[in-house]
Write a new protein. Structure first.
Length: 381
């Protein structure tokens, strides 16, 4: 059955039950598209395509598959991304998207197909990984829109995966941190752990430190690069943002600790394999977690040393912008993570409010342990 229309309105051919072919013209050129569904669905899609042509939003079919475009997009992003980030983008698309959708024509990809993809990944991968798949695929398809290959990205209509958990990590108090550092004393990791705890630097920033980054006279450490693990091996990279490059003031004790270390090569914390080789970051993490568990900190991560440093400074009243600058953090992100992990914030707020209330309501507020009873509401004997 063929549904014929007037000039410029296109046509609908029924190829089989529930399968229709749409035909329409744009600027004198004929185009066709297959639609599965009812006749009403086919008519609706034809109206949409004709409206696009009228609005100047028609996209010429190119025959690109999603896998073709993903490869083009990834190569275009390589110069702008650090190596590890690019590898992660490629990995997310290669392992989780292209096996199921790579064969699909780019312009025929639909939001329900993405919903099906996410639903299939949820039992197999963490919510954060599924969310990352959506984010990277969204960036890939938005680029196709910018290049005129798509009118809109189907990720906009898909049900975006939600990451409900927020893991801010834990923050040790002063006594716990002292016990941890004491427990590491005498081990090869002791100076690494101490630098991380007393500077708030990230693990890979600490492992990238050179002797030229240490100024013993000024008692400062300069963070100007980070260690990165890639498929090709270990390398050093520049900070992602300008705030990542910073100079940190250290105390006399930490300066003395660093001065006591052997300086056989450019790196402050070289690999046991030789002074020119950086340490294996994953091995550092593995050894840290094993020793921390033995010391009574079963869930402590190396990154929690950074959180501990930030939390202790904020609890001590150091302004947030100062802590953020010291740790190379965005102040807004720092406040969000701090609010989830601090142990003292609510207690401190209660103490401040108590002091304000005493000043406003008088000493009876504190002595009575609560609100004075208004005279006109006192109980009658």
């Amino acid at each position: 059955m063929t549904q014929r229309r007037g000039p410029g309105e296109g046509g609908i051919d029924e190829r089989s039950p529930g399968h229709y072919r749409l035909r329409w013209r744009v600027d004198g050129k004929r185009y066709a598209k297959s639609v599965h569904g009812s006749l009403a669905d086919a008519r609706k899609e034809r109206r949409r395509l004709l409206q696009r042509a009228d609005d100047g939003a028609h996209v010429v079919p190119r025959g690109l598959r999603l896998s073709d475009w993903a490869g083009i997009w990834l190569e275009s992003r390589r110069p702008a991304l650090n190596t590890r980030t690019w590898e992660r983008y490629e990995e997310l698309l290669r392992l989780h998207v292209l096996p199921q959708l790579g064969h699909r024509p780019l312009q025929r990809l639909t939001a329900p197909e993405l919903d099906e993809l996410y639903a299939g990944l949820r039992p197999l991968r963490s919510p954060r990984t599924v969310h990352h798949v959506h984010v990277v695929l969204g960036a890939c398809l938005r680029a196709a829109v910018r290049k005129g290959l798509l009118v809109s990205s189907p990720t906009l209509a898909a049900d975006a995966p939600v990451v409900r958990e927020f893991r801010a990590g834990q923050a040790l108090d002063q006594g716990e941190l002292a016990a941890l550092l004491t427990g590491f004393r005498g081990s090869a990791l002791y100076p690494i752990v101490t630098v991380a705890a007393l500077t708030g630097a990230r693990r890979n920033e600490v492992l990238a430190l050179r002797w030229s980054d240490f100024d013993p006279a000024a008692r400062t450490l300069t963070i100007s690069r980070s260690l990165e693990e890639t498929r090709a091996g270990r390398r050093f990279k520049e900070p992602k943002t300008p705030r990542g490059r910073r100079t940190i003031a250290i105390d006399a004790g930490l300066a003395a600790l660093l001065l006591g270390l052997p300086a056989a090569g450019p790196l402050i914390f070289p690999s046991p394999l030789g002074p020119e080789h950086p340490r294996d970051a994953r091995t550092v993490t593995k050894e840290f977690r094993a020793r921390a568990r033995a010391l009574g900190f079963p869930a402590l991560r190396f990154h929690d040393l950074r959180g501990t440093h930030e939390t202790m400074l904020l609890d001590a009243g150091v302004p947030v912008h100062v802590v953020a600058a010291r740790c190379g953090h965005d102040p807004a992100i720092l406040l969000r993570t701090y609010a989830h992990r601090t142990k003292r914030a609510d207690t401190s707020a209660a103490a401040v409010l108590g002091g304000m209330a005493a000043g406003l309501l008088g000493p009876d507020w504190v002595q009575g342990g609560g609100s004075p009873v208004p005279v006109d509401l006192q109980p009658i004997d």
